[in-house]
Design a protein around this ligand. Structure first.
Ligand code: NCD
Length: 304
C-alpha cells in the first residue's frame, strides 16, 4: 500500500509511465471505462477546491468507479473535533483510495500513516500539491515534447504557492532546467526550497521582481495567484495581490512558442484577453489533470 504525499514519492521512471498511461487514456478512453469497477475513491477536502476535487471525481467516474466524500471541513466530523487520523481510519473502512486536501502542512502525511488505503495529497497548506504537478508535467510534455533544456519562469506568490514548490522539485530532476523566480521580495521562494532543492542540486536560478525583463528568455511562464488564505493580515494581501497582471502587450517580447501556465483559479494575474493567445495553456492543464489523476489512481490501485 502506497501513498503519494510529495511529487518526489514518484521516480522519474514512474512519472514517464504515468504520462504514457495518460496519453493512452486520451487516445483510447473506452479501454479504461471499467478499470475501477466497484472501487471507491473518497475525496476528503478540508479546504475549498473546484478543479482538484472535481477532476479526481471525474477521473474515478471515467474509470468506472464510484466516489464518496466531503468538500468542506464543516461538513465532516472535523467540525466536532475529530482528528485527521480518526477520520481516515474511518474512511479506510469505506473506500479503496483517498484524495485529501487540508490547510495544515503535513496533514495528508499524518493521514497516510493512519490509513489502511493509499492517500493522495491533494494540496497541504502552503507546502505541496503533487497532483497539480502531474497535470503541469503532462502539459509541458504535450507542448514541449520533453522536460529538458527549458527556462521556466515562476511568477507571483512563490512563498505560499504550493504548486510552485512541487513543480520545482519535479523539474529539478531533469537536465538543462533553469528557473527564473519572479516575485515581490515578500513572496520569494521559501529558503527550504531554495536550499534543499535549487542550491543542493546546483540548479541555475535567478530571482527578480521584473516580469518584463524575464519575458524574452522564457520557454514556460507559470503564473500564480497570491494566496490570500495564507496571509496573516489582509492589508499585506491587498498591497501585494496585483503585483503581476499578465496582459497581451506584455507578451510582445515573449517567444512564439512560450507556454503560459497557471494552476487556476486566477484572480487578476492573467487578463482574460490573454485566453485567446495560442500560447495560453491553462485550460489545457485542467484537462490534463484529469488524465494524470486517472493514471495515478490506476497505479496506486495496482490495476493493469
Ligand atoms: C491551486 C491550489 O489549490 O494550490 N489550485 C489548484 O489546485 N489547481 C492553486 C491556487 O489555489 O492558487
Amino acid at each position: 500500500m502506497r501513498s503519494i504525499i510529495d511529487i518526489l514519492d514518484l521516480s522519474v521512471e514512474e512519472i514517464d509511465s504515468l504520462i504514457n498511461t495518460a496519453c493512452d487514456i486520451i487516445e483510447n478512453p473506452d479501454k479504461y471505462c471499467d478499470k475501477c469497477k466497484r472501487k471507491k475513491l473518497a475525496t476528503l477536502f478540508f479546504e475549498p477546491s473546484t478543479r482538484t476535487r472535481l477532476s479526481f471525481e471525474a477521473a474515478m467516474y471515467e474509470l468506472g468507479g464510484n466516489v464518496i466524500g466531503f468538500s468542506a471541513a464543516n461538513n465532516s466530523s472535523a467540525a466536532k473535533g475529530e482528528s485527521v487520523s480518526d477520520t481516515v481510519k474511518t474512511v479506510s473502512c469505506y473506500a479503496d483510495i483517498i484524495a485529501m486536501r487540508h490547510p495544515k502542512e503535513g496533514a495528508p502525511m499524518v493521514a497516510s500513516m493512519a490509513a489502511s488505503v493509499p492517500v493522495i495529497n491533494a494540496g497541504d497548506g502552503g507546502h505541496n500539491h503533487p497532483t497539480q504537478t502531474l497535470a503541469d508535467l503532462l502539459t509541458i510534455y504535450r507542448e514541449k515534447g520533453s522536460f529538458n533544456n527549458l527556462t521556466v519562469g515562476l511568477c507571483g506568490d512563490l512563498k505560499f504557492g504550493r504548486t510552485v514548490h512541487s513543480l520545482i522539485n519535479a523539474l529539478s530532476r531533469y537536465s538543462g532546467i533553469n528557473f527564473i523566480l519572479i516575485s515581490p521580495d515578500e513572496l520569494k521562494l521559501p529558503d527550504y526550497v531554495t536550499n534543499n532543492v535549487l542550491k543542493k542540486y546546483n540548479i541555475p536560478y535567478e530571482e527578480t521582481t521584473d516580469l518584463l525583463e524575464a519575458m524574452p528568455k522564457l520557454d514556460i511562464l507559470y503564473m500564480t495567484r497570491v494566496q490570500r488564505e495564507r496571509f496573516f493580515n489582509e492589508q499585506d494581501y491587498i498591497r501585494l495581490k496585483d503585483s503581476y497582471i499578465l496582459t497581451p502587450d506584455k507578451l510582445d517580447t515573449a517567444k512564439q512558442d512560450l507556454c503560459i501556465m497557471h494552476p487556476l483559479p486566477r484572480v487578476n494575474e492573467i487578463s482574460v484577453a490573454v485566453d485567446n493567445d495560442k500560447r495560453a495553456c491553462y485550460f489545457k492543464q485542467v484537462k490534463n489533470g484529469k488524465y494524470m489523476r486517472m493514471a495515478l489512481i490506476l497505479m496506486l490501485l495496482g490495476v493493469e
